[in-house]
Structures are given as structure tokens and as C-alpha cells.
Design a protein around this ligand. Structure first.
Ligand SMILES: [Zn+2]
Ligand SMILES: [Zn+2]
Length: 519
């Protein structure tokens, strides 16, 4: 059994407990998150004006920027910058045989029960975890809601009926397939049945030979894809944590099972390597160490073909839950598709002069969950001069807006004009906004709340006062979100300063080079 790469759970919990309340992640509960998300344009309920759609969410103007940034840095770090990775963008609708071969048609199911009275549907394995409605015979049929798993305090009965209505009997459990079924072509008949993909992974397996031949790749190499998947979850929920339509960032990393690296089988070496790289990636973009842990799947919870699976878990407001999974799927998928398609899906090992079926390590992350974790971890409440400041301390690469340009006086045409010109110039490279709808203190707080790393203020000194014959200094103030420090920078140097800062340079480097504004 390979050693765990980061602390075991006990150490982890002790560590985060020691960090105390107010440490990253602890302040953001689900209600705060949902309300901030809606109020500031990150996430809206889908079709809200019609009462909403069950567990489907829409990303608003800031949410789409944040989500695109997450996908962009993931792609850059794991595909673009690596010589052993390539990408694809496959269709959501695939041949129905794909799901036969992958096992989804047969096994991608949850057991469910229905209430014969109220028709409510439950996951059979979740019913006992719900509080239940009870009409108690010992109290003339009074209605009670009893905590999950507990008997009635008056009559001692345990739940046997529907927990929702307390009246109906539940059906025997039936297997319910989680794939969304649809029809291909103009005829709704069985022969035309197909499915919305429940995962992006299968497209990498069925395109294995296309990619191998067209790109002339040598093992080990990986194929990556980011895209939408669909699962008709019976009990979705917890905001964007579990949704019926979601986005994945998946990698299938193929290795030669006969190779050894550092004295170990290549698949085992690469599995550990990917676990380490993925944890490092989440930390690099802002997740706190104390909010991350690894969870090794027990032997009895492993899929029958998986050699080993490790989840990276995050301390979400709902508790420790899976952020991503990294599985060693062996040669199962390629062998299945070779069997059902009749096409050979092998790799020719030049050295050993033999055909092998590669093993595959699969780092699979959910974009929506990553976004949730990044938001939760970035959230801070600080006290500044006796007032509460809410700030999302996003990594600059993830921040939906990079710079806000704010005029100090919106009645001065020359100030407003200059601010618009600065925005237009910076916006060639970054997402930059202009805002003059409030006083400067309030404008700063608005930008803090959505995590904008820098604000630029244009004031009277910048443009001067032509009526008095004064020319401006053509300098503006940059304010840093995290330290709230300010520096005075010539407009002509803004683009260069932001290129450094947004590329990762420390604020202290900029503040050492430029003076603070005169008070
Ligand atoms: Zn019922
Ligand atoms: Zn009772």
C-alpha cells in the first residue's frame, strides 16, 4: 500500500480545528454562498421566473468568468504546458453502444422507492437518513416530524411509511438508470434511443486510436477533455455541489503496464504522481491545506475493474466531500471497447516488439465543485476601521474581474473620459470594468466582495484643472485588494504594472517601485 501523500484524516482535522473559527472556509455557509452568488451575479437558479428547474443552475456574468478562468488554467497547466498531453472536444451524443461497453447501461443505477400515496421518489439507501412525518396513534393521530433514525417518543414506533407524507407505503426498491435518455433522428422508437453522456471519459477511450495514430504519441501520454455531462440524480442538491447538468475536466493518462518507473509498476507510479500534482494544483490556486485531504477508497467500494481510487476531498460547508477522484482503471475500458467494437485498441511497444493494452490513470474533476471550493476558500470577513469588509481573496488568475476603473468625481467630464479610456485600453488584455454608480468607499467594497484584485482610481490630480490652468500629473492610484495599500502609477505604465501583477508578481514588488499617493 503506497504511503499517503498528505496527512491522514486525524492529523488533518486536528490541524483545521486548531486554525479556529475565521480560518478560510469556515465563514462561508451555504446560505451566505447562495445569496452572495445570486446578488453579485455568480450563480442563478435556472429558469427562476418559472419557479426554477430541479438542481440545474445558471452561471451569471461573474460566474461565467470565474468558471472560464478555472477551465483555462486547468487546460494550460495540464495540457498546453505538458509534452505528454493532448486534448479533444467530443460530442455529448455518442453511439449507444458506448454505454453498453462501458457498463453504464447495466450498472449506472441507483435503487429507488416510490410512495404509493404522494408519489414522492427516494433513493432507497437514503430513506433512513431523512427526518420522518408521523401521525401518532398514542396522541389521537397528532402529526410529528421525528429526527432521522429515531423512534416516536410517544408510541415507540419506527418509520415504516413514506417519510414525506407519513401515510403512503413505499414500493420495493427498483433500479433506476441515471442516464438521460433521448432519441436520435425524427422517430421516437427504441432503435433511435441514445443518451446524454454521463461522463466525458468514454470519448477519450473510443478516440484512443484516432489520437494515437494522428499525433504519433509514445506512452505514457494523456488525453484531456473539459465538457458537459448529465446525470438524472434522484436526490441532487446542495447548490452546485450535485447537479443534473454539470461540467467535468477529465484526463485519461495511458501508461505501459510493463514499464517500471523508480522500481515500481508504471501505473502505480503515475497514479501517485497525478494525486500529488492535482493536490498541488488546487493549492496553487488558493485552496487552503487544512481544507484538503485524501481519501483512499476501501477495497469493497472500488469498482470491480479499479486497482486503486483516491478522492481529493474538500471541507465544503456541507462537510468533507469529494472534490475530485483519481482512479487507476487498469486496461478495463480499452478492452471493453475493443470487445464490443471489434476494433483493436492496443499500443505497439517498439522495445519489446509486442502489442499491449495500456493501463489508464484517470484524474477526474468537476468544474462546478472546483468553483464552489474556490469561492468558499476565498471568502473572508475582516474588520476595517470598525466596519465589516467582505472580500473574496481569489487567486488573480481566477478572479472574474481583474481590474475596476473608478472615477473619483463622476461629474467631471475629463475624469470620466480618462477612466473610460483606461478601461478600454486594459480591456484589450483583461476583463476590466468601469463603475461610477456610488462613492469611492462603496465602490471599493463592491469590488472586494467579488474578488477584483486591483482598482484604479482617476482623480483631480490625474487630469488637473484646466480652468485654473493646471495640468494633471497623468498618474492614477492603484489599490491592492488584499493589503488595501495604494500606489501612484503613471497611466502609460499601467499595462506593464498589471502584466507583472496579474502574472503573479507580489504586490510588494510594485509598492517598492511606486510611491504611495499623497494623503
Ligand atoms: Zn408519501
Ligand atoms: Zn407515535
Amino acid at each position: 500500500m503506497p504511503a499517503r501523500l498528505i496527512y491522514d484524516h486525524e492529523t488533518r482535522d486536528a490541524k483545521s480545528a486548531a486554525a479556529g473559527p475565521g480560518s478560510p472556509g469556515d465563514l462561508m455557509n451555504m446560505d451566505t454562498l447562495v445569496s452572495l452568488s445570486k446578488r453579485r451575479g455568480f450563480v442563478f437558479q435556472s429558469s427562476e421566473i418559472y419557479g426554477g428547474t430541479g438542481s440545474v443552475w445558471d452561471y451569471g456574468p461573474l460566474g461565467v468568468e470565474l468558471k472560464n478562468n478555472i477551465k483555462r488554467v486547468w487546460w494550460r497547466d495540464f495540457v498546453q504546458s505538458r509534452a505528454d498531453m493532448v486534448g479533444i472536444d467530443a460530442s455529448i451524443l455518442m453511439h449507444p453502444m458506448v454505454w453498453k461497453a462501458s457498463g453504464h447501461l447495466e450498472h449506472f443505477t441507483d435503487p429507488m422507492v416510490d410512495c404509493r400515496e404522494c408519489k414522492h421518489r427516494f433513493r432507497a439507501d437514503h430513506v433512513d437518513a431523512l427526518p420522518w412525518t408521523h401521525y401518532c396513534p398514542a396522541t389521537k393521530g397528532n402529526k410529528f416530524t421525528i429526527p432521522a433514525g429515531e423512534p416516536c417518543g410517544h408510541c415507540g414506533q419506527r418509520r415504516s411509511l413514506c417519510p414525506q407524507c407519513g401515510k403512503g407505503e413505499l414500493t420495493e426498491p427498483r433500479q433506476f438508470n441515471l442516464m438521460f435518455k433521448t432519441f436520435m433522428g425524427p422517430v421516437e422508437e427504441d432503435a433511435a434511443v441514445t443518451y446524454l453522456r454521463p461522463e466525458t471519459a468514454q470519448a477519450m477511450f473510443v478516440n484512443f486510436d484516432n489520437v494515437l495514430q494522428s499525433m504519433r504519441l509514445k506512452l505514457p501520454f494523456g488525453i484531456a477533455q473539459a465538457g458537459r455531462s448529465f446525470r438524472n440524480e434522484i436526490t441532487p442538491g446542495n447548490f452546485i455541489f450535485r447537479t443534473r447538468e454539470f461540467e467535468q475536466m477529465e484526463i485519461e493518462f495511458f501508461v505501459n503496464p510493463n514499464d517500471r518507473v523508480d522500481g515500481r509498476p508504471a501505473d502505480e507510479y503515475w497514479h501517485d504522481r497525478w494525486i500529488k500534482d492535482c493536490v498541488a494544483w488546487f493549492r496553487r490556486y488558493g485552496l487552503t491545506d487544512a481544507n484538503l485531504r485524501l481519501r483512499e477508497h476501501e477495497k469493497d467500494e472500488l469498482a470491480h475493474y479499479a486497482k486503486r481510487t483516491v478522492d481529493i476531498e474538500y471541507k465544503f460547508p456541507i462537510g468533507w466531500s469529494e472534490l475530485m477522484g483519481i482512479a487507476n482503471r487498469t486496461d478495463f475500458d480499452l478492452k471493453q471497447h475493443a470487445k464490443w467494437s471489434g476494433k483493436s485498441l492496443t499500443y505497439f511497444d517498439e522495445e519489446r516488439k509486442e502489442h499491449v493494452v495500456p493501463y489508464v490513470v484517470e484524474p477526474a474533476a468537476g468544474v462546478d465543485r472546483a468553483l464552489l471550493a474556490f469561492m468558499v476558500d476565498a471568502y473572508r470577513e475582516e474588520e476595517v476601521r470598525g466596519e465589516k469588509r467582505v472580500v473574496l481573496k481569489f487567486h488573480p488568475e481566477l478572479a472574474p474581474l481583474k481590474v475596476a476603473v473608478l472615477p473619483l468625481l463622476k461629474k467631471r467630464d475629463d475624469i470620466v473620459r480618462t477612466a473610460h479610456a483606461i478601461r478600454a485600453d486594459l480591456a484589450k488584455r483583461w476583463r476590466v470594468v468601469y463603475d461610477d454608480t456610488a462613492a469611492i468607499g462603496r465602490l471599493y467594497r463592491r469590488q472586494d466582495e467579488v474578488g477584483t484584485p486591483y482598482c484604479v482610481t482617476v482623480d483631480v490630480q490625474t487630469v488637473g484643472d484646466s480652468e485654473r490652468g493646471e495640468t494633471g500629473d497623468q498618474k492614477v492610484t492603484i489599490r491592492d485588494r488584499d493589503s488595501m495599500e495604494q500606489i501612484r502609477v503613471p497611466i502609460a505604465e499601467l499595462a506593464t504594472v498589471f502584466r507583472d501583477l496579474l502574472d503573479g508578481a507580489a504586490w510588494s514588488e510594485a509598492s517598492a517601485r511606486y510611491p504611495a499617493p499623497r494623503a
